[in-house]
Design a protein around this ligand. Sequence first.
Ligand code: GLY
Length: 373
Amino acid sequence: MVQPVIQKTKVNLGERSYDIVVGENIIDDAAAYIMPFLNRSRTVIVTNKIVAKHQLPRLEHNFTENKIDYETIILPAGESTKSFSYFEKLLDDLLKLRLERSDVIIALGGGVIGDLVGFVASVYLRGINFIQIPTSLLAQVDSSVGGKTGINSAYGKNLIGAFHQPVFVLIDVTTLETLEKRHIVAGYAEIVKYGLINDQAFFNWLEINGPTLISGPGKEHLPLRIEAIVKSCKAKAAVVAADEKEAGKRALLNLGHTFAHALETENGYNSELYHGEAVAMGIILAFELSYIMKLCSQSDVDRIKNHFEATGAKSIKEFSFDIDNLIEHMKGDKKMTAGKLVFVLTKGIGQSFLSKEVNMNDVKTVLENAIKV
Ligand code: GLY
């Protein structure tokens, strides 16, 4: 049998360090990766209804072959599962299954499953190990790495949660094959983000390869996806290793997210607007804000907009948002310090920085220009 190419990245966090492995069809060999983390041959896989149909059988087959005893908990798909009620339900389910403190939970799914399972793992019996097997592009390049876990509240997205690192992340790029293009385009925004933060060469590469990576013919997209996922995970691992709890630099990973979270909150976290779609809109707004603050050029703004358009991103113009409500949602942002909002601004592609010196009138102008035709 030809051994698949596996790319390994380490997240360096002392005794909480862990590996991220990226490859093709490695989910079919998951037991070999996971076994070292199991104290006994028993685990619980938490997933959602859609992933249960497409990817769970691959994991189950491999676990059965390798005599790993497992239970599965299948939750509804969608952002509304990241709630207090499912947090409670999942804890109760695990207690019913008598999962022990030295056992491991597996999060098989996208960002919603990863964030919810991670948060549950952070408090179950005062903390239990968990493994991420992300199956959406967004989770593979962002949310499965770095230990941010949590749920949403009516007051905003991800406002309740904990930092709890996984012990291992297994990324199989073939799990993306069953996803609709809309999900790939949404996750792609988080890849673009890494280029825009501090890696202009990566953004240049994405301008050339992005359209094929998203929907290339045949199997052409697979090596491009692996390359972009590995690059994104390495970028994220470096930031997380330097600033795990977001005392500073990690907040750069929120480029576009202050706007994005407000858009999602205003939209009620419904399926008309996925997180990654809101992030693409938020990144454009962050560049437009930087432009009207005379920090970056119009040509930078145009380049970003053209790239998102070329890769099929949704436009903010497709939605009608109440601007005053958006401003109110932004004021509830986690990055608020001493009553001031911290924005990720930019001096150009690959030159992002944090700023508390943003005038909310400028934010309002940017939103008015973007939303009102
Ligand atoms: N998604 C941003 C972070 O993990 O810090």
